[in-house]
Design a protein around this ligand. Structure first.
Ligand code: SF4
Length: 291
């Protein structure tokens, strides 16, 4: 849940989740639609789908235990080097490091070398003896990530209070490497056209051409600012939405109609039974203000 998502956002979701699914077995018997419903609003729904697939495999094929090698762990859905190493350390207390942006920055500053010229996996391998001196590898994995987030921060690292400042080359050097880059933000304009009817229903379709929404049930969407051919649709609202480093500038239009294209289905705006992505929910809320 924490991937690309802040801790404060995750806490209520996590608490609800572990209240309902108390162990691997109960989660492995869960239905995807129920799990997605509990995940609703957190985004990145592939995490939820992979979690369910992984738990089913663990229960069925591994006696509800996490495998003990990186190769085996990486065979599980959605698990790559980063999550695999984090799990090896956190669950099995193995000497491994989950190399994320924070950890890369810590290593790169300590050596005062640009990230792009460091082979981090090799660096960890070669320095295993120095890095894992205590048998507290689970704590070490977590501490290293926290250290990068709280002390050796992207901007204004707290070098004066840092326990590594006696050996850190970045701190000592008069020619410090650059470690902070501004995120490139992309702005995209979209027009969203919603058919609605007097029964407080909206027409939804799975067929739209927008890559990041292609699996969602969405009203008709058009990229760009041009609305030629749709001049008789009513403008409802302009609003912004952010997805990672993508900023969406959205103009929402609507039209009352009883006729809808064959690929559309009516959906009640008051219905809240199934999983609806938060982007779509936002549109529902805007459209509901018309009734
Ligand atoms: S001394 Fe500064 S730059 Fe070096 S590891 Fe500590 S916080 Fe990071």
């Amino acid at each position: 849940m924490l991937q690309q998502t802040q801790v404060k956002t995750v806490i209520p979701y996590f608490n609800n989740f572990i209240k309902r699914y108390k162990n691997l077995k109960s989660l492995s018997q869960g239905k995807e639609r129920d799990i997605l419903k509990m995940w609703e609003g957190l985004g990145y729904y592939r995490r939820a789908r992979n979690l369910l697939l992984t738990v089913k495999i663990l229960v069925k094929e591994h006696n509800s235990q996490l495998p003990k090698t990186l190769e085996e762990i990486k065979k599980l859905p959605g698990i790559g080097n980063y999550t695999g190493n984090a799990l090896l350390g956190l669950v099995h207390n193995k000497p491994s490091v989950a190399i994320d942006g924070n950890v890369k920055r810590v290593f790169s500053r300590n050596l005062n070398k640009e990230e792009k010229i460091i082979d981090f996996e090799q660096l960890v391998k070669v320095n295993k003896k120095n890095l894992f001196t205590l048998n507290r590898n689970a704590d070490f994995v977590e501490a290293l990530m926290e250290f990068g987030a709280l002390i050796c921060k992207p901007k204004e690292p707290k070098c004066n209070v840092c326990c590594l400042n006696k050996t850190c080359k970045y701190y000592k050097s008069s020619k410090k490497i650059t470690t902070y880059k501004k995120k490139m933000i992309k702005i995209k304009n979209y027009n969203i056209f919603c058919y609605i009817n007097r029964n407080k229903q909206i027409a939804l379709t799975k067929n739209n051409q927008i890559g990041f929404l292609k699996n969602f049930n969405m009203p008709f969407i058009q990229e760009g600012k041009n609305i030629s051919g749709y001049e008789n649709w009513k403008f409802l609202k302009n609003y912004k939405n952010s997805i990672s480093n993508l900023k969406l500038n959205i103009n929402l239009y609507y039209k009352f109609s009883n006729k809808i294209p064959a690929t559309y289905n009516w959906y009640s705006l008051d219905r809240n039974k199934e999983f609806i992505p938060s982007f779509t929910k936002k549109i529902f809320r805007q459209i509901s203000t018309l009734f």
